[in-house]
Design a protein around this ligand. Structure first.
Ligand SMILES: [Zn+2]
Ligand SMILES: [Zn+2]
Length: 361
């Protein structure tokens, strides 16, 4: 049986997205069909629409999904009909060289659905990050559907599927923030705010939020920033050093993805400190660094893909932290919108007016 549903499609570079009829097949082996309840609007969706990821138009956008499993393929055993799930864009294969070496968060062969979802005329859709979530039903690999506590409302839980996990994991998994650390986070959108919350929960004694937008600094205070720096008015490197007895922060998280902010993060790091880049750069960007400082400072320069998360381990943890009042996922839900509101939500996201708009289906 083929399910005829509505979904948000990007047809070509820069063209406004449109709500189209999408055909979703029943799940085959290894696949599950998920009824989408909510899906957050992420910068990556906009990057797809702008042709910044690849040219495989048309795209079915959306990838921060919470929903309920409606049907499962023949051989699916770990997921059951009725399970409340958050979808992950990493489903470790278990057999690639990274998985075999015990580092599945680097999996090089992450699983996705095999059958394509299509437009009404049969044109196959490229699902954003292997998910495609602004749609009433979506088809994914069973391993992408991660069961979590249904007590968490879908608008909040779905955000764990990308931005919140990326930021939280950048602090906790990649940056390995620990008790007593000083941490600076440059860029306080959804990902940066999640990094601040993660650092705070991990026991950082000081969490410095840096942004050029006072509104974002206010949000950052709401998730545990102990200090804020408006980098449109002061030099953030100097300001971070001042707050850390002249030394710099133990961990600096770059959540913007630009050479200028990377350089700030590099310079604001203490000796033997860690820089974590979680902001996604444009493919054209380059950076020049003094090699002597690169060598002399020691420590680590790391990048964090999806917060180095293991969805089956980390998603339920974040939901449980939310439900126990330690990590407020609702903080990230700035507004809920209908499926036809995605294009306008891109505008609000670009103007920095929201942490997340969430499509409710
Ligand atoms: Zn693998
Ligand atoms: Zn995303």
């Amino acid at each position: 049986m083929v399910h005829e549903v509505r979904g948000v499609v990007a047809r070509s570079t820069g063209e406004p997205v449109s709500v189209e009829t999408v055909l979703v097949p029943d799940p085959g082996p290894g696949e599950v069909l998920v009824t989408v309840q909510a899906c957050g609007v992420c910068h990556t969706d906009l990057h797809y629409r702008e042709g910044g990821i690849n040219d495989d138009f048309p795209f079915l956008l959306g990838h921060e999904v919470a929903g309920v499993v409606e049907a499962i393929g023949d051989d699916v055993t770990d997921t059951a009909v009725g399970d409340y799930v958050v979808l992950a864009w990493r489903a470790p294969c278990g057999t690639c060289r990274a998985c075999r070496r015990g580092r599945p968060w680097y999996c090089f062969d992450s699983a996705n659905a095999i059958q394509p979802m299509t437009l009404a005329d049969g044109t196959p859709l490229s699902a954003a990050l292997g998910i495609g979530g602004f749609v009433e039903k979506t088809l994914v690999a069973a391993g992408q559907a991660v069961k979590v506590d249904p007590a968490a409302r879908p608008e909040a839980a779905g955000l764990i599927g990308c931005g919140v996990m990326a930021g939280f994991g950048a602090a906790v998994n990649t940056g390995n923030v620990g008790r007593g650390d000083s941490v600076a986070v440059i860029g306080c959108g959804g990902v940066g705010n999640a990094a601040i919350a993660g650092a705070s929960l991990a026991g950082a004694r000081m969490v410095i939020a840096v942004d050029i937008d006072p509104r974002k600094l206010e949000w950052a205070r709401g998730v545990g920033a102990t200090h804020t720096i408006d980098s449109s008015t002061v030099d953030p490197v100097e300001a971070i050093r001042e707050l850390t007895d002249g030394f710099g922060a133990d961990v600096v998280i770059e959540a913007v993805g630009r050479p200028e902010t990377y350089r700030q993060a590099f310079d604001a790091r203490d000796l033997a400190g860690t820089l974590v880049q979680v902001g996604v750069p444009d493919p054209s960007m380059t950076i020049e660094l003094p090699l002597i400082d690169l060598f002399g400072k020691g420590g680590a320069l790391k990048s964090s893909w999806y917060g180095d998360c293991l969805p089956t381990r980390d998603f339920p943890i974040l939901v449980d932290l939310h439900l126990s009042g330690k990590f407020d996922l609702d903080h990230f839900v700035s507004e809920t919108i209908g499926i036809d509101g995605v294009e306008e939500a891109f505008g609000r996201m670009q103007r920095g007016e929201v942490l997340r708009s969430v499509v409710v289906l």
